[in-house]
Design a protein around this ligand. Structure first.
Ligand code: ADP
Length: 632
């Protein structure tokens, strides 16, 4: 975690990202200021969860006779709203670290996007972006111009007070006023409300917001009515323990927002109870929007493990990494309550649960794809590239995962499944063809498609980063091999040509001997640079292309790995179209011209693949030489 800069004793400046975020909060055109309360209650609930977990080993941490709860107090005279909890609390250092920095990486870039959306007055988008980001504690600066946080870590003697008016910084000092004395352990947040936010002091308003966003928080939320009267204003039920028939779509939406701290709507909800060898309740959600840091190595999944209603961990890896976007709760009846976080890794019961819920999630995707294809495509758009990671991380489930994958293909705009593809096989076609590259436009222009195009054969166009990886693992779908058009000897000759193309096949060639001599001459010239020069059966219009040998990595994967210095260093094969006029001319050309042509064929093939010739200046002068000779 980045430490903040300490300036003078007790004063600290915010990490730059926080200062920027606060600026956004204060000048926010984001209309839903209500969510500040939800954020603070959610933090309090987490703090209670953490203390309850620590107290499993050290029961003394929870003050005798006190039940974990969250209390809201409104003081109209002072214009302050207080949200207090008797949870885990924070030490001085924790306050400095947690309330002065944002630990998520990629934050700065993301904040720029929010700012742009807000400047362009795209309120809705701005709101959604903030939602993906989860502004947490800092949301309180939307309604308060000064915030005091008094906190005492459970088990610690001293309490501290964190104070800030937003802007650049905050102070942290020992707290010894009456407010601190009232806290045995936990945190109280005093919001000095802005003049236009005084409505949040009204009981009705507080109750409305808690009912809307925090009803299912597990701990009681108490509204302090006067000095010695308070009443509970949330249901505090473990919603996932209720039966499906009792819950409405609206309940699920709220559960998603409360339990997963989400702002969007769930795209899929999965709620069931498993009985038998293991008993557990599951309530899972697939978000609609992709979290901005889904691809960050430190991304934290929002899937929490509970044991008999007690929160245990949010890093129990209850689903494989490629389903990390699924959030929610798994509540086990059988695991021991005092299971340590380290033990979670190797627990057999947990491994069983993990396997079972992975299957359920995957089959839920399959069902949605079958019953509501349009909705499935929306999920696919957000999470498809992540699901594909499963194809190489979880080889055992390849046959379950492959049918879920949707592809852009040469066939047109709509995304296709492998089942669609196979149903449209051409006569004599036995394999599924694909090409991996950086963009659809570039792939569509790639000469390696020519033989397939000439036969009307559909080709999968793969542009996600993961595609180069999973395809390298020799896949088949229902016994049909997936074959790269940029690798090995692809032979489509058994598939009949389209009528419009059939004539090209009859074009004159130079005859076998001459062709072999041409190939040999090219090989001699390029001997250090390629592993072979071969006649191509995948080209019909272009002169040449580079492909990978039949074994080893596809060209695209090789390129990706080479960027990280992990390439195999394998040399490509140059394939040439012997019917192309340039190759025919090369056969008759002088030796020095043949050499220029050889290098130009190699370099132009690289350019077509989006690479740069090894020696661009030499490429240019060879090209110029040939043009001039042609004009002479
Ligand atoms: P997030 O909750 O997403 O981590 P926040 O900005 O809301 O982000 O909070 C930052 C951190 O501050 C929390 O992760 C937690 O460690 C700490 N924190 C906030 N509120 C409390 C609280 N009421 N009790 C204990 N710790 C808290």
């Amino acid at each position: 975690m980045n430490a903040t800069n300490k300036t003078t004793s007790g004063s600290h400046s915010f990490q730059a990202e926080v200062a920027q975020l606060l600026h956004l909060m204060v000048h926010s055109i984001y209309s839903e200021t209500d969510i500040f309360l939800r954020e603070l209650i959610s933090n309090s609930s987490d703090a209670c969860d953490k203390l309850r977990y620590e107290a499993l080993d050290k029961p003394d941490l929870i003050a005798e006779g006190s039940a974990l709860a969250i209390t809201i107090r409104a003081n109209k005279d002072a214009g302050t709203l207080t949200i207090a909890d008797n949870g885990i609390g924070m030490t001085e250092q924790e306050m400095i670290d947690n309330l002065g920095t944002i630990a998520r990486s990629g934050t700065r870039a993301f904040m720029e996007r929010i700012k742009q959306a807000q400047e362009a007055k795209e309120t809705k988008e701005g709101g959604q972006l903030i939602g993906q980001f989860g502004v947490g504690f800092y949301a309180a600066f939307m309604v308060a111009d000064k915030i005091e946080v008094i906190s005492r870590r459970a088990g610690a003697a001293e309490a501290n007070i964190w104070t800030s008016k937003g802007g650049d910084g905050f102070t942290v000092e020992p707290a010894d006023d009456a407010r601190a004395e009232a806290i045995t352990h936990g945190t109280a947040i005093f919001l000095h409300l802005k003049p236009d936010a005084l409505k949040y002091l009204e009981e009705d308003e507080i109750e409305r917001i808690v009912g809307r966003y925090s009803d299912h928080i597990q701990f009681p939320i108490m509204l302090q009515v006067d000095a010695d009267r308070s009443r509970q204003i949330n249901k505090a039920s473990a919603l996932w323990q209720r039966s499906k028939s009792e819950l409405t779509t609206e309940d699920y939406k709220e559960a998603y927002r409360t339990l997963c701290n989400a702002y969007d709507e769930p795209a899929l909800t999965l709620h069931y109870k498993a009985e038998g060898r293991q008993s557990y309740a599951v309530m899972l959600f697939v978000p609609t929007t992709r979290p901005f840091d889904l691809y960050d190595p430190n991304f934290k999944s929002g899937l929490k493990l509970y044991v008999r209603r007690v929160f245990i961990s949010e890093s129990a890896s209850l689903l494989p990494n490629y389903l990390r976007f699924v959030s929610g709760i798994v509540d086990s009846e059988d695991l021991p309550l005092n299971i340590s976080r380290e033990m979670l890794q190797n627990n057999v019961q947990l491994a069983h649960i993990r396997k079972a819920i992975t299957s359920r999630v995957i089959s839920e995707f399959a069902k949605t794809a079958e019953n509501d294809a349009e909705h499935y495509l929306k999920i696919w758009e957000s999470f498809g590239a992540t699901i594909k990671e499963g194809l190489y991380e979880d080889r055992e489930r390849k046959d379950e995962l492959l049918p879920l994958i949707r592809f852009t293909t040469t066939k047109g705009e709509t995304l296709r499944s492998l089942k669609d593809y196979v149903a449209d096989f051409k006569e004599n076609q036995t394999e599924i063809y694909y090409l991996v590259g950086e963009s659809i436009a570039r792939l569509k222009a790639n000469p390696k498609l020519e033989a397939a195009k000439a036969r009307g054969v559909e080709v999968l166009l793969l542009t996600d980063h993961v595609d180069a990886f999973w395809t390298s693992a020799m896949m088949d779908f229902e016994g049909k091999k997936l074959t790269s058009l940029s690798q090995g000897n692809v032979d489509l000759s058994l598939i009949p040509l389209l009528e419009s193309e059939a004539d090209k096949d009859k074009e004159d060639t130079n005859g076998k001997d001459v062709e072999e001599a041409t190939l040999a001459s090219l090989k001699v010239t390029l001997k250090e640079l390629v592993s072979d020069v071969r006649a191509s059966s995948r080209l019909t219009d272009s002169a040449a292309c580079l492909v990978a040998d039949g074994f080893g990595f596809d060209r695209e994967l090789e390129r990706l790995l080479a960027r990280q210095n992990k390439g195999s260093g394998a040399k490509p094969v140059l394939e040439v179209n012997l019917r192309h006029p340039l190759l025919k001319a090369a056969a008759k050309a002088k030796r020095e011209d043949q050499e220029d042509i050889a290098f130009i064929l190699l370099d132009q093939s690289k350019i077509i693949d989006g690479e740069v010739p090894e020696d661009p200046a030499a490429f240019a002068s060879r090209l110029n030489r040939l043009i001039l000779r042609g004009m002479a």
